[in-house]
Design a protein around this ligand. Sequence first.
Ligand code: NAG
Ligand code: NAG
Length: 146
Amino acid sequence: MDTVFKRYLLFVIGFSCTLILALGQDSYYFQPHPQDKDVQKGQSVTLECGVSNSKHVVFYWTLNGEPVSNTSRRYQEGSNLFFTRVDPAKDIGEFKCIATNVTTGISLASQGAQLNILCSSKVLPGLVHSLYSFIQSLNMAGSFFV
Ligand SMILES: *[C@@H]1O[C@H](CO)[C@@H](O)[C@H](O)[C@H]1NC(C)=O
Ligand SMILES: *[C@@H]1O[C@H](CO)[C@@H](O)[C@H](O)[C@H]1NC(C)=O
């Protein structure tokens, strides 16, 4: 390598470092990060998202990397994502909150959060009933042998 090239390389590296430092002035972090939530199908829930310093910061949400659009069922409220009725067909996957400093254009992505959608409470009584019928049929079968 000749010296001119080495100097050029050093200059490029130095310049890049300075640029990264200058752009890295965004001094905010997620507080809170969205957390996994347990929720019953059809119930409402909020995924919370915030940043330590929200000056010039705008938010949007993604589901499996795709931007979440606002609907009457699921919409962004401030920096949080609100679900009026959780739908197991539409709310499965990883939700992330994206915070962008509009001045610098730099975006930070939060950690992912998921909804653990619990079976409706109708399932458990149904299960108990079928277990009960099963035991009854066993009793009846048993009576033939006694
Ligand atoms: C966003 O960028 C501007 C310009 O660099 C800066 O003044 C501001 O503090 C930044 N906001 C945050 C939350 O870091
Ligand atoms: C959804 O609504 C919120 C609050 O009204 C807004 O800040 C956000 O940009 C909207 N998101 C989309 C994808 O339009």
